[in-house]
Design a protein around this ligand. Structure first.
Ligand SMILES: Cc1ncc(COP(=O)(O)O)c(C=O)c1O
Length: 397
């Protein structure tokens, strides 16, 4: 079937929750994807920070193939070998002592919020259930994670929202301190806000939050769904700050493109989840966790963190140079390979023009171009993309 017919069928049969670009991608390898007509694109979206190891990484493909031949799914009533391997690896490489597996970022955040409430009931004085989140955050689309997401545009049409959330501005320690009261059990945030426009924490902000949470005896939850798994140049973004959260959520890049989510937990808190308290049929199933082991191993063994740091610094510098040339660029920011370019105009047409030239980029918040290439991207590929971007900008100014 040709792509025009397929797109027509998509419009007919698939719920319109996405405004799609008119291309149909059928193949990917490394940093590149191809559409049905054979046109090649250099991918600076990477499935929205999912394909950190690149498309169809051989280790991930092999792990999926061999696991699929052995065992695709069994219930969590039984022990699951790749699940145990992935949990061990995650705990060995992070602050955490235990992992809970699920299938998406939203589900991981739901788990974190449920555990925070349960832990508070058992271990904190009084009735603490409220969670403080940050303006311009994004935590998912389920009712609770949508409520945690402090952006009104996502709330429209879904009231009444969940009780038990308070919002404060990002990068404002004083506001957090003032918002904590006898009901607060946790502060939850993305160490770098992704969907909210690639907003970075100011110097000392995350450390300050850790101190406030310790002082008040409440939990600090990091949502590393977008920035985890090497995206910032460390395996987890919290590592840049010399602090640790109490809970951390992962999803997106964790299994190299196979749906998965995880909640990583410190030992003293993990005890508040007992059998029956929380669950997920597919959570940590053999196929997804085998892919997860392969993806994590690839990140660590193939020096992707080093490449992310080196190429990320280079990329940031190139974007800053572009900013000097065009007055409509407000700011360039980010860390590793999550970079944003804020414009003083809508970025939608730029994304389309870049696509025409064979480059996939994203725009968030209407005016922030976001770049999330696979961690294996090269300086040459960055140069190609930046050159094309400048050509598009030249056509505007
Ligand atoms: C920081 C963050 N948290 C949570 C989510 C939700 O993840 P999912 O779409 O897998 O539910 C996202 C998705 O973009 C995200 O960026």
């Amino acid at each position: 079937m040709d792509s025009q017919t397929l797109m027509m069928l998509s419009e007919k049969y698939i719920a319109h929750t996405y405004a799609r670009y008119p291309i149909l991608l059928v193949r990917g390898k490394g940093t590149r994807v191809w559409d049905k007509e054979g046109k090649e694109y250099l991918d600076f979206v990477a499935g929205l920070a999912v394909c950190n190891v690149g498309h169809s990484h051989p280790k991930v493909v092999k792990a999926i193939q061999s696991q699929a031949e052995k065992l695709i799914h069994v219930s969590n009533f039984y022990y699951i070998e790749p699940q145990i391997q992935l949990a061990s690896l995650l705990c060995q490489h992070s602050f955490a002592d235990k992992a809970f597996f699920c299938n998406s970022g939203a589900e991981a955040n739901e788990g974190a919020m449920k555990l925070a409430r349960k832990y508070a009931k058992e271990k904190m004085k009084g009735d603490r259930y409220e969670i403080i989140t940050m303006e311009r955050s994004f935590h998912g689309r389920t009712l609770a994670t949508l409520t945690a997401t402090a952006q009104e545009k996502f709330h429209k049409g879904y009231s009444p929202l969940m009780p038990g959330f308070k919002y404060v501005p990002f990068n404002d320690l004083k506001a957090v301190g003032e918002s904590i009261d006898a009901k607060t059990c946790a502060v939850m945030l993305e160490p770098i806000q992704g969907e909210g426009g690639v907003n970075c924490p100011s110097e000392g902000y995350l450390k300050g939050l850790r101190e406030i949470c310790d002082e008040k005896g409440i939990l600090l939850i990091f949502d590393e769904v977008q920035v985890g798994m090497g995206r910032t140049g460390k395996l987890f973004a919290y590592e840049h700050e010399g602090i640790e959260p109490d809970l951390m959520t992962l999803a997106k890049a964790l299994a190299g493109g196979v749906p998965i989510g995880a909640l990583l937990i410190k030992k003293e808190i993990a005890g508040s989840f007992e059998p029956g308290d929380h669950a997920s049929t597919f959570g940590g199933n053999p196929l997804a966790t085998a892919a997860g082991v392969a993806a994590l191993t690839a990140i660590l063994e193939e020096k992707m963190l080093e490449n992310c740091q080196e190429v990320g610094d280079y990329f940031l510098d190139r974007l800053k140079r572009v900013k000097e040339k065009f007055s409509f660029i407000r700011e360039v920011r980010g860390k590793g390979l999550i970079l944003g370019m804020e414009l003083n105009m809508d970025g939608g047409s730029i994304v389309k023009e870049m696509m025409r030239k064979g480059f996939l980029i994203n725009c968030t918040m209407g005016n922030v171009l976001r770049f999330l290439p696979p961690l294996i991207v090269t300086k040459r590929e960055v140069d190609q993309m930046v050159k094309a971007l400048q050509e598009v900008f030249n056509g505007i100014s």
